[in-house]
Design a protein around this ligand. Structure first.
Ligand SMILES: NC(=O)c1ccc[n+]([C@@H]2O[C@H](COP(=O)([O-])OP(=O)(O)OC[C@H]3O[C@@H](n4cnc5c(N)ncnc54)[C@H](O)[C@@H]3O)[C@@H](O)[C@H]2O)c1
Ligand SMILES: [Zn+2]
Length: 344
């Protein structure tokens, strides 16, 4: 299924096993969920695991304290420069496992084995690894490519629906950025449990192409932040409430709000708004966004790492063949866009 360097589909498992055989010891990082739900599938393949490293699931554990435990475990179990770490899990396991491997003894190789849809189509592609620090996301990390990424949709069978939605938001984003044809295919999906391997690989291909054009994340790759300025603000805002949003649910809402913003800025995006809103509402519940939240949301956006100087920056689709990065908007324009979303 995959023709891309380093991406392995289930049919290519023998190549991946061969690659893993070249290492002196193979370690595998899991959390309690991937241990329960993904190990049975993983153990069908004989990776000859020396030792399983187990951590607790959740973003709150993606930090330096967990890394210390993992470096220590690797040392205790004799991991050398020539050992391999397999990260079996969602984006938290992939980001942190990648970071731990990339820094242990100045760097050992690792394989990403994404088990969430978001990790398959997004987090495990592009080599970004890292952890949260001082309460801020992904502050410490580095870009290091995995030796391989194994994409096996069988893992998705046990994934809760809200986590499937989360990954689907990034798939919609990829399709909007790059492929009208892929967008049409996504539009035909009635139930996210029916998502095909083909659709997943298409989405991966789009991200791979964008990353290949800009591995160090300087320019082109910034378009992948579509929906993320508003999305991150919503995610952070609702984190403090009882109604937490998954990353994808926040981004899916953010994409729509940013289309409204593009319109507010004078770009011709009415067609996009219509087609996006339709698919969005088919799979997502609208976020309960109230005007009293706007001030704090804009304050959060002011700390977005994409900003230039004091200006809040957006990556936007601005027309049929137009995508633009570093677009700034006034607080009033942002408020109007948020208002339009809340009135949807
Ligand atoms: N490196 C990148 O380029 C990049 C891109 C996007 C997101 N990320 C990072 O990814 C992380 C989010 O990843 P995520 O959405 O995969 O969340 P996650 O890793 O927290 O996984 C979500 C939940 O699903 C559970 N789970 C995983 N696989 C399962 C399965 N097959 N069946 C049942 N449960 C399963 C996990 O234990 C967890 O509780 C964030 O830390 C984010 O910063 C990184
Ligand atoms: Zn995202």
């Amino acid at each position: 299924m995959s023709n891309w360097d380093g991406i392995f589909s289930v049919e290519q498992i023998d190549d991946l096993l061969q690659l893993a055989e070249q290492y002196d010891k193979v370690f595998c990082l899991i959390d309690e969920n991937t241990k329960k739900y993904c190990l049975p599938e993983f153990e069908k393949y004989d990776f000859n695991i020396q030792h399983y490293l187990e951590i607790k699931s959740g973003e709150q554990h993606k930090n330096i304290d967990t890394c210390k435990i993992l470096w220590n475990e690797l040392m205790k179990h004799g991991a050398t420069r020539n050992s391999l770490l397999i990260n079996l899990g969602g984006g938290v396991i992939g980001d942190m496992g990648g970071f731990v491997a990339a820094t242990y003894k100045r760097g050992v190789d690792f394989i990403q084995m994404p088990t969430t849809l978001l990790a398959m189509v997004d987090a495990s592609i592009g080599g970004k690894t890292g952890i949260d620090f001082m309460g801020l996301k992904n502050q410490i990390g580095l870009i290091k490519k995995a030796k391989g990424v194994f994409v096996n949709p069988a893992f998705l069978k046990t994934l809760p629906l809200n986590e499937l939605q989360s990954g689907f938001a990034e798939m919609m984003k990829h399709a909007l950025i790059d492929s009208n044809e892929h967008w049409k295919e996504l539009g035909e999906i009635e139930n996210l449990r029916e998502l095909t391997e083909e659709a997943i690989f298409k989405s991966i291909g789009i991200k791979m192409n964008i990353v290949a054009a800009d591995e160090q994340d300087n320019e082109v790759r910034k378009i992948l932040n579509l929906g993320h300025t508003v999305g991150h603000a919503l995610e952070s805002y609702f984190l403090q409430t009882a109604n937490k949003l998954t990353h994808g649910a926040a981004v899916a809402a953010g994409i729509l709000a940013e289309f409204y913003l593009a319109k507010e800025l004078g770009f011709e995006v009415e067609d996009f708004i219509e087609k996006y809103a339709k698919l969005y509402l088919k799979h997502f519940e609208k976020v309960n966004l109230q005007e009293v939240y706007f001030k704090e949301l804009i304050e959060i956006m002011q700390h977005d790492k994409k900003n230039i100087g004091n200006e809040i920056c957006f990556s936007l689709i601005t027309g049929k063949q137009e995508r633009q990065i570093d677009i700034t908007a006034s607080h009033l324009q942002i408020r109007k866009a948020l208002l339009r979303y809340s009135e949807l």
